[in-house]
Structures are given as structure tokens and as C-alpha cells.
Design a protein around this ligand. Structure first.
Ligand SMILES: [Zn+2]
Length: 247
């Protein structure tokens, strides 16, 4: 009986989704081209990996799929601020590809680790309330699936948490203000840390590098030896001090 109800529910849901898509076809999250979650041209924009310097951190650098600008910026904001959850798996595939690129580029140092641990960048409680979810968590879960498809040993461990931080903003505070806001508020579940794995912090946007830097340092202080950071996009600093370069 239960399976029949489930079958009817799924059939109705699929039917409603088909009608919805017919009446209200979606556009590309980046450029709004019709009938695409992300059109081929916008997907290409996420394949421009770059390296961002992280000041004062255990990990001196992090990696991003692209620069945060144009249609890349538009797509990430559609996902982040307008709940375009259909982008989850698409963005995760970009990040998984970036991880593979980084592992290939950094052999053998980081790949000396026996397994990969994906760590979603923490969100403040108020941010999770306003967005209704921990944005980076579905990304890392989909990444885990993709990377396991390449035969890698991959775990997801949401071990980083922000405590006592009010709000979350991108490009609304300066570097020093953001650093002060985050410093001392990153908590690590140390029971899940080992010194064999490569810990990969996954964030959406690296703005000043402060959050990623504090997260990397906190993980290191908790016992993680190998730590890197990856993100969908990074912001080029206004002063263009050479803190971003393409891979
Ligand atoms: Zn597009």
C-alpha cells in the first residue's frame, strides 16, 4: 500500500513538474538563455581555474573554478540568493573537476594523503535561517558522488562551524572587518580530524580569502596536516596586487 502511495505521489510530482516546465520554462542561471540550468557557454566560463593567495593562513593558497564576474557571478547569485537548487549538481561537477585538476597539478605533495575529506565552508546560523539551508553541504555531497566515480576514496565531514557570527555578507565589508567578524568564531569538531587525509574546504565565493584562511588554519590547529581550499569563484582584488593567477 505504501509503495502504491509513493508511486502515485512520484507520478503526480513528475506530472506537475512537467506542466510547470512547460508553462514556465527556466532560463540559464548565468545568461538566462531558455531551457537550460546552465547553458554550454556559461559552463565554459566555470572552466578557467585560478589560484588565489590566502594571507596569514596555514594553506597559503586556494583554488577557484573561475573569477567572480559576469555570468559566473550571476549564476552563483541565482543559486545562492534565489534558491536555484538545480545548480547544485552542475556546480558540484565543476568543483569535482577542479579538485582533479589540483590533485594532478600538486602531485605528489598533497596526494600523499590516503583519502580525501570534503569539508563544507561554514555558514552562520542566521545565514542558514535566511537561505533555508547550509548552501555548501549539498555541493560537497554531490562532489563526493562525482569524485568516487573516479575511484577516489572520499568522505564528507561537516566539521567546521561558525559560532557567534551575525549575518554573512559578500563584498559588504572590508577585508579587515570581515577578518574581525570571523576570527575566533570558527569551531572544529576535532574528533573527526586525522593526519592522513587531505582536507578540502569547499566554499562558493572567495572574496578576501579571510574565511577560507581562518578555516584552513583552524583545521590545521585541530590536527589536519594536509589542507587545501576550493571555491566556485574568487574575487580579484581591487588593487590587483597579483593575488589571483590562472592555473
Ligand atoms: Zn548561459
Amino acid at each position: 500500500m505504501e509503495s502504491l502511495i509513493l508511486f502515485i505521489w512520484r507520478t503526480l510530482f513528475a506530472w506537475f513538474a512537467a506542466v510547470r516546465d512547460l508553462l514556465f520554462p527556466r532560463g540559464c542561471a548565468g545568461c538566462d538563455a531558455p531551457d537550460e540550468v546552465l547553458c554550454p557557454a556559461c559552463r565554459t566560463l566555470f572552466s578557467q581555474p585560478c589560484i588565489r593567495v590566502l594571507p596569514d593562513s596555514h594553506a597559503d593558497r586556494c583554488y577557484a573554478c573561475s573569477l567572480y564576474r559576469g555570468f559566473v557571478r550571476h549564476a552563483i547569485l541565482a543559486w545562492k540568493d534565489h534558491s536555484d537548487e538545480e545548480c547544485d549538481s552542475v556546480f558540484a561537477s565543476f568543483l569535482a573537476g577542479l579538485v582533479l585538476t589540483v590533485l594532478g597539478a600538486t602531485r605528489p605533495r598533497d596526494t600523499a594523503a590516503s583519502s580525501l575529506v570534503l569539508v563544507p565552508a561554514p555558514s552562520s546560523v542566521s545565514s542558514m535561517h535566511s537561505r533555508g539551508r547550509w548552501q555548501t553541504l549539498p555541493l560537497v555531497k554531490a562532489m563526493q558522488h562525482d569524485l568516487r566515480g573516479y575511484g577516489l576514496q572520499v568522505e564528507v565531514k561537516p566539521v567546521l562551524h561558525l559560532e557567534g557570527v551575525k549575518g554573512k555578507s559578500v563584498q559588504r565589508t572590508g577585508a579587515s572587518g570581515r577578518s574581525e567578524r570571523i576570527a575566533g568564531h570558527v569551531r572544529v569538531d576535532e574528533t573527526f580530524i586525522d593526519d592522513d587525509s587531505l582536507f578540502i574546504i569547499v566554499d562558493d565565493i572567495v572574496t578576501t580569502g579571510t574565511t577560507m584562511g581562518h578555516c584552513a588554519t583552524s583545521l590545521h590547529q585541530a590536527g589536519a596536516v594536509h589542507v587545501i581550499g576550493v571555491a566556485l569563484a574568487c574575487v580579484e582584488s581591487e588593487a590587483d596586487r597579483g593575488d589571483v593567477r590562472h592555473m
